[in-house]
Design a protein around this ligand. Sequence first.
Ligand code: NAP
Length: 355
Amino acid sequence: MIRVGVNGYGTIGKRVADAVAAQPDMELVGVTKASPDYGVEAASRRGYDLYAAVEDRVDEFAAAGVGLAGALGDLLDAVDVIVDCAPSGVGERNAPIYEAHDTRAVFQGGEDADVAEASFNARGRFEAARGADSVRVVSCNTTALSRLLAPLDETYGVEKARVTLVRRGGDPNETDRGPINDIVPDPATVPSHHGPDVNEILPDVTVDTAALRAPVTGMHTHSVNVTVETAPDPGAVRDLLADESRIFLVPEAAGIDGAGALKEYAADAGRPRGDLWENCVWEESISVTGRDLYLFQNVHQEADVVPENVDAIRAMASDVDAAESVARTNESLGVGLESRLGDGELARAELPADD
Ligand SMILES: NC(=O)c1ccc[n+]([C@@H]2O[C@H](COP(=O)([O-])OP(=O)(O)OC[C@H]3O[C@@H](n4cnc5c(N)ncnc54)[C@H](OP(=O)(O)O)[C@@H]3O)[C@@H](O)[C@H]2O)c1
């Protein structure tokens, strides 16, 4: 059993905690919070032991009547791996604390690459984390681009990828983020940090990225153009991407027309919190002109890095290989959406009529 703690029980931390708790080869020892707000109730309802992320805030929890199993140092001494899910930039400040307790650490994509020994994506760079003391799971956008570009490069050879990322302004619970009525180039210069970050995972792929922020909270949208070395057949590209367990081909027949319907589809499928762990590639958007491939994909920023965190833990603290780890993570979480509408399995004529 790999004993795991989660430091920071926010948007990413609460999802990583649930995913770790679902693994047969992992034990979730506990989670931390910086303040005793509503998030502590979610941890309590799930039976997770709660620790104070910041030692000198322990009294705030006592004053709020919230019981603690200890503070961060106690959690670090009880685990094999700590997953840092603190706000962007705080992970870097936490790194020396993890080192002082001799505890292996997984960081998130809000930190710079040099916070850890290796950047991680299960599809493109599993072995880089093998036995490492610190690993950074790349950001939601970089995770999605790595999952997409890795199979395209292996099969066709990527000459150059150009991606425009329309990023959600904030997560649904972030009342202070924006814009609320605009679309903002962010940054206005090219490349955004995503292209160089993809090269932390796929160093040989040439990719330029441009990014904007839009007044939505549900998902990011990527407009992707990849010039490949061998002219691809659109049907073969569809088959290639359909074979990737962490890519969901959104079938035209499903009538899903945007992020809102996608999130509803996930919730109807019984996904916790309506999470979409997979890249969502719009099947009918896969188009080819000569050696230029075009497509749109949506990325659920709160969810796609979650299975990658689980695999990063295994890569660091076990000898399980990439294929086995991904299979275990997918199986335990239920990663791998396949619509029953895509192949005619649920053709309209087969739906039961009211009469
Ligand atoms: N949200 C996304 O879309 C997304 C996607 C991919 C990657 N990431 C990355 O994941 C990381 C976490 O982001 P998030 O969106 O989950 O942030 P978040 O929702 O703001 O959650 C951060 C959590 O960290 C806790 N915290 C505050 N100070 C801390 C400290 N000093 N030590 C430990 N924990 C502390 C907070 O506690 P309280 O709740 O008590 O304040 C909160 O539970 C960032 O690096 C981010 O860039 C985020």
